[in-house]
Design a protein around this ligand. Structure first.
Ligand code: MTE
Length: 316
């Protein structure tokens, strides 16, 4: 992500780093391939996440892609989590300072049934589903992530929104003791995101509480985060403490930082020319070659109707 307070990185430098990353992986994979299966197995997950508790069994979902997921290692060691650091590698260690139990999520605003949920209630009172989704960052990299979660629409129905609920606003924890980079002014804290009501109700939109069958690692947004697979990754806000139903379109963190580059909708779009990176192609982490970006990240069949009649270049 880029804003004027960050050192400005040219797209060519990003590419070099990604090439380096995939080359390193390529070499590591070639040498490991002789000894082990290339498939990610439960065993390899258990080895890399020995301390994280398993979640209750999750049922498969028809919304999952059949593509092989990115490795647990990459999903948990290549992160954007600005509350800890602006580089991709240190959240994996720095996010250890985040305390995720106890944890509550307040649901409030224009609803008939405002209430506060404990994280255990969210995990145990909603039927969990495996959702293997493509995940596309605006910086031009992508992954395939086996999330565990439940549709956000379940929570919305329980809250019973009133006619004034036009948008949903999501807020991350604000706690500079646990999230030390909140002491910097690199972004306005706490991190805020938003969706239009119909986007929030869409069956693809989930609250994720885990990945690879275990609770979310801190660096991936523990204990609960949003996942909206047809939008750039920055819409998928981490470590949520508040979900508010509002009448006006929320001013999100990245819109506030650089409104000309990051819009409210931020649907994945190969023709997008607002962002500092060309969106035409993307590099799947673990792959050597780039691939073409898909409109709506390949979820157009399910979501294009949400934007019928809207100029995606204007409502970016
Ligand atoms: N949420 C919060 N609170 N803080 C962040 O810095 N980064 C966003 C998004 N959610 C971010 C956040 C960005 S830019 C991306 S690409 C994804 O989280 C990264 O998710 P991952 O680290 O699990 O891959």
């Amino acid at each position: 992500m880029s804003n004027s307070k960050l050192p400005q990185i040219r797209p060519s430098e990003i590419t070099d780093e990604a090439v380096y990353h995939s080359r390193r992986r390529f070499l590591a994979t070639v040498s490991a391939a002789a000894a082990t299966s290339l498939l990610v197995t439960d065993r390899s997950v258990a080895e890399s996440a020995p301390d994280l508790p398993a979640l209750p069994p999750a049922r498969p979902s028809r919304f999952s892609t059949k593509v092989r997921p990115t490795s647990y290692r990459d999903i948990t060691h290549y992160n954007n989590f600005y509350e800890f650091a602006t580089d991709k590698y240190s959240p994996a260690t720095l996010a250890a300072s985040l305390v995720t139990r106890p944890w509550t999520v307040a649901v409030d605003g224009a609803v008939k049934q405002p209430r506060t949920y404990g994280i255990e209630e969210l995990i145990h009172q909603n039927p969990l589903e495996d959702r293997v989704y493509r995940f596309r960052c605006v910086e031009g990299w992508s992954m395939v992530i086996p999330w565990v979660g439940f549709p956000l629409s379940r929570l919305i129905r329980q809250a019973q929104p009133t006619g004034n609920a036009k948008y949903v606003k999501f807020t991350t924890l604000y706690n500079p003791r646990e999230m030390p980079n909140q002491r910097s002014d690199i972004l306005r804290w706490p991190y805020v995101e938003g969706l239009r009501m119909d986007e929030a109700m869409h069956p693809l939109t989930i609250l994720a509480v885990g990945l690879y069958g275990r609770v979310l690692p801190n660096q991936d947004g523990a204990p609960v985060r949003l996942v909206v697979p047809w939008k750039y990754g920055f819409k998928s806000i981490k470590s949520i403490v508040r979900i508010s139903f509002v009448e006006e379109q929320p001013l999100t963190t990245w819109m506030r930082a650089v409104p000309s580059e990051y819009g409210f909708y931020s649907n994945v779009n190969p023709n997008d020319d607002h962002t500092p990176w060309s969106q035409e192609r993307e590099r799947r982490i673990g792959d050597f070659f780039k691939r073409p970006t898909q409109l709506f990240n390949g979820y157009g069949d399910q979501v294009a109707q949400l934007y019928r009649g809207m100029d995606l270049n204007k409502y970016y």
